[in-house]
Design a protein around this ligand. Structure first.
Ligand SMILES: *Cc1c(COP(=O)(O)O)cnc(C)c1O
Length: 400
């Protein structure tokens, strides 16, 4: 049988029932151009070699795996390990796909990167890529988010990006997506849209997965090298799902490795209190592709809530919906309280301050460890917590 990654998605960008590309007519030829360019470039030795050079000499890859000895002892049961994407340049896994998107834009002859950003993490990563490649960068961001995430606005500007304030509607992520897409339609001859996760119309869910695959490839090799065997469980938080697809991709052919996606349960399982799309959502469409979606009574994307703003999305990457359906990955949740405990625990007992997003994966490991004595759990520590320090300490204090 052909390996999973070689057969999924199909040529139209479907992961089973999910995915595809529902595009406004003016974008159809531009997406066809991206599909064709990626198919060619991603197999060229020039592109692959340049991407390898960037990962090693600019991003600081490979990132290590750390054994969380103290937390493993406290949890009691399984031994817990973390893949340290927090040590990637700019402090999270997002740069893995942003640098590759920038490189793709360069090979396509584009001179500009356009995107939206919510909390600003994706905007900063894409602005970093644009600076590296000497490209223009235009980031659309809701005015409300700009006020909340001022340091990221400052970072983007320092990196040379133009930050476009979005003043429509609720002035947050959804309006920023519409605004950025509108700007892209007008500039698609010279610009590439840089999507921030394994979401959006084909080929982005596939490309971003491929760009993040390096996390899983490294992790598999490093874990074997470190322990002589593979982990029993590999877990990652799921917002759009890119860091999870990255680490899972290294283990799809290992039948004995259990893969677990952890969604944010926010404050409760009531619609509006969480962002656990795979756990509580239904089949639907959002932003140009089919997937599972959290919908309100009117059939519109529902409000979502979690203290980790990077996980705050009422949809999810189509491949996760597929992997859930075929049973290849199990999905569970961790709530705000569990994530906060994990945030404090990793800081206090291991000397690593994690992003609140990543703390969800750790919360799962801490909770499950006692049910798996003699086993190992590898989590993807998708990012560092610098961005969350003020919010956490001002709202919740310093922990016990
Ligand atoms: C953006 C972000 C996430 C969520 O995105 P995915 O596409 O689900 O990986 C997770 N962790 C960190 C640190 C982030 O910045």
């Amino acid at each position: 049988m052909k390996p999973y990654l070689k057969t999924t998605p199909n040529a139209d960008g479907f992961f089973g029932d999910y995915g595809g590309a529902m595009l406004p007519p003016p974008l159809v030829p531009h997406f066809a151009e991206i599909v064709e360019a990626y198919a060619k470039i991603s197999k060229s030795a020039d592109y692959i070699n340049e991407l390898r050079y960037i990962r090693k000499h600019f991003q600081g890859r490979p990132t290590p795996i750390s054994y969380l000895k103290n937390l493993s002892e406290r949890a009691g049961g399984a031994q817990i390990y973390a893949k340290r994407e927090d040590l990637n340049h700019t402090g999270a896994h997002k740069l893995n796909h942003c640098m590759a998107e920038g490189l793709l834009a360069k090979y396509m002859g584009k001179t500009k990167l356009i995107a939206e950003t919510g909390a600003g993490q994706h905007g900063v990563a894409l602005a970093t890529a644009a600076a590296y490649f000497g490209m223009e960068c235009e980031i659309h961001m809701g005015e409300v988010d700009m006020a909340k995430e001022a340091p990221n606005v400052t970072r983007m500007k320092l990196l040379g990006a133009t930050v476009v304030p979005v003043t429509e509607g609720a002035k947050t992520l959804k309006e920023a997506v519409d605004s950025a897409f509108g700007a892209y339609v007008a500039q698609a001859d010279t610009a590439l849209f840089g999507i921030g996760s394994v979401v959006g119309p084909h080929p982005f869910p596939m490309m971003v997965r491929d760009f993040q695959k390096i996390v899983g490839i490294e992790a598999r090799e490093q874990f074997l090298d470190m322990t002589g065997e593979l982990p029993d469980i590999v877990a990652a938080c799921v917002g759009g799902g890119s860091n999870a697809m990255g680490i899972f991709s290294g283990f799809f052919e290992d039948e004995d490795v259990e893969l677990v996606g952890v969604e944010p349960l926010g404050t409760s399982s009531k619609l509006g209190d969480h962002a656990a799309t795979l756990t509580y959502g239904q089949d639907g469409a959002i932003h140009g592709f089919n997937t599972k979606v959290l919908l309100d009574d009117a059939g519109e994307p529902a409000p979502v809530n979690t203290l980790a703003s990077g996980l705050d999305y009422p949809g999810v990457g189509p491949e996760h919906a597929h992997l859930q359906k075929i049973g290849k990955v199990q999905y569970t949740t961790a709530d705000d309280k569990e994530a906060l405990e994990a945030f404090y625990g990793l800081s206090r007992h291991e000397g690593i301050i994690p992003a609140l997003e990543s703390a969800h994966a750790l919360a799962y490991a801490m909770r499950e460890a006692k049910n798996h004595p003699g086993k190992s759990i590898l989590i993807n520590l998708s990012g560092r917590g610098d961005k969350d320090l003020d919010y956490v300490t001002e709202t919740y204090g310093f922990g016990e």
